[in-house]
Ligand binder design. Structure first.
Ligand code: IMP
Length: 423
């Protein structure tokens, strides 16, 4: 019996993880976020109301479920305060029993947010970040200068750490970027006040998860972004700064005493990307625009238009291998219905040869996608699937060598077909 499940985006994020995580969290005892921060945006429709979660795990929507923010997450306490207010306003309760946050999360400071913005507007390479300070916060963590959430509870420690943290950044703010920034005292005061809001939720999440495992609880790991945005496996440097792939679970949350039973890769039936960076199957035609409109492809966090393109099997095969995916959920199939001239990328031409799977460090700006025609399909998804859509699904399963376990064909909770049982 499956007791633990990871849900991971298998493309560049925005695959529709929110709805599936929400549905499967109904069956879970615990839902865990382990990487990223409020750069994520999970849109979930609950009783005609749209709830967008950025930082809080989707389990919060269900009273029986505990939600955990593990230490691998970078945590913006101000964004948290606002999100809690919004979620509560839609009638959802948030209590320390329901939500547990590791005191060891790295805090996103105002300095991190400022640096992110300055680099994006003035730096030599624009990544197209969400501007939430994610990269600079992870830099602080890795360079051992990070402010931890537990530091917010002691003003003196916080001030001391922030003063040390500001020393180098001050040079950048003054001399390179010529921008205003708060003093260490001002920032310490702001974060100390916010710390009081977060304090009741701070928990030793490692031991909590260890106990859950001992009690045979069902644990769902909720990935944010997608494998192609992973700091190691992604299309570097156009990536986010965390381990969005499977490995991030072990370092960012801990899976005490065992492995994860099943890894579900959420896969949009076509490909989208926000921000900069190469995108082999991108459509620059009117067709791309009509998919963008039909699929309502706008970022949940930044509102930016998402770039659209055909499904890319060489990238998906790579995602399957790099995150041990055991099945996929194919989402937004309805958007591809009735599209004339539908195609799928099966291979790349790269450095004079044909390859059917990407690998770390491949220069995606130099690959030439080899496209196959796909018969146009149409379906209301109410009864048996049409033969043409079944052929599309089978083509994907054959290439990836794992089954399609879920089909999603609309934003509502009900617009989903389970072809396999989870949890
Ligand atoms: P950052 O995570 O804000 O540093 O942004 C780095 C890259 O990741 C940019 O290309 C963003 O557009 C992308 N990104 C970050 N979070 C998401 C997400 O939730 N969905 C899709 N793309 C994202």
């Amino acid at each position: 019996m499956m007791k633990s499940l990871a849900i991971i985006g298998s493309q560049w994020g925005d695959e529709g993880k929110g709805k599936i995580t929400d549905l499967l969290s109904l069956k879970s005892d615990v839902v865990v976020r382990y990487q990223g921060g409020n750069n994520a945006g999970h849109t979930i429709i609950v009783e005609d109301k749209k709830v967008v979660l950025h930082l809080i795990p989707s389990g919060i929507l269900h009273d029986h479920c505990a939600s955990v923010i593990g230490h691998g997450v970078v945590f913006d306490p101000e964004a948290f305060e606002k999100e809690v207010e919004k979620v509560r306003a839609s009638g959802i309760t948030i209590t320390p029993e329901k939500l547990k946050i590791s005191g060891n999360c790295t805090v996103i400071t105002m300095y991190n947010k400022l640096l992110d913005g300055q680099r994006e507007s003035k730096g030599p390479v624009k990544i197209g970040t969400t501007g939430k300070g994610i990269g600079p916060a992870y830099e602080d963590k890795v360079s051992r200068k990070g402010i931890k959430l537990k530091d917010l509870l002691n003003y003196d420690i916080l001030l001391e750490k922030l003063s040390a943290n500001l020393m180098e950044k001050e040079c950048l703010f003054k001399n390179l970027y010529d921008c205003q920034y708060p003093s260490a005292k001002e920032e310490a005061q702001r974060l100390f006040e916010l710390g009081k809001i977060v304090e009741p939720f701070i928990t030793d999440t490692f031991s909590f998860l260890d106990q859950c495992k001992k009690e045979d609880k069902k644990i769902l790991f909720e990935g944010a972004q997608g494998i192609l945005l992973d700091i190691d496996y992604g299309s570097y440097p156009f990536v986010t700064s965390s381990s969005t792939s499977f490995g991030g679970i072990y370092t960012g949350a801990g899976m005490p005493g065992g492995s994860v039973d099943e890894v579900l890769g959420i896969t949009k039936a076509y490909t989208t990307r926000v921000g900069e960076g190469p995108f082999p199957t991108e459509l620059f035609s009117e067709l791309g625009e009509s998919i963008q409109k039909k699929g309502n492809e706008f970022g949940a966090t930044t509102g930016r238009k998402r770039r659209c393109g055909w499904l890319d099997l060489p990238l998906l095969k790579y995602a399957v291998k790099s995150s041990n995916l055991t099945s996929i959920a194919l989402t937004k199939l309805d958007v591809l219905c009735d599209i004339e001239g539908l195609k799928i990328c099966t291979k790349y031409k790269y450095e004079g040869r044909e390859i059917d799977c990407a690998y770390p460090g491949i220069d995606l700006s130099k690959v030439e996608p080899i496209l196959e025609d796909v018969t146009t399909f149409s379906d209301d998804f109410k009864s048996e699937l049409s033969p043409a859509i079944n052929t599309y699904i089978k083509r994907i399963e054959d290439a990836l060598e794992i089954p399609v376990g879920i089909l999603a064909y609309g934003p509502e909770r009900s617009e989903i077909k389970f072809l396999k049982e989870f949890l």
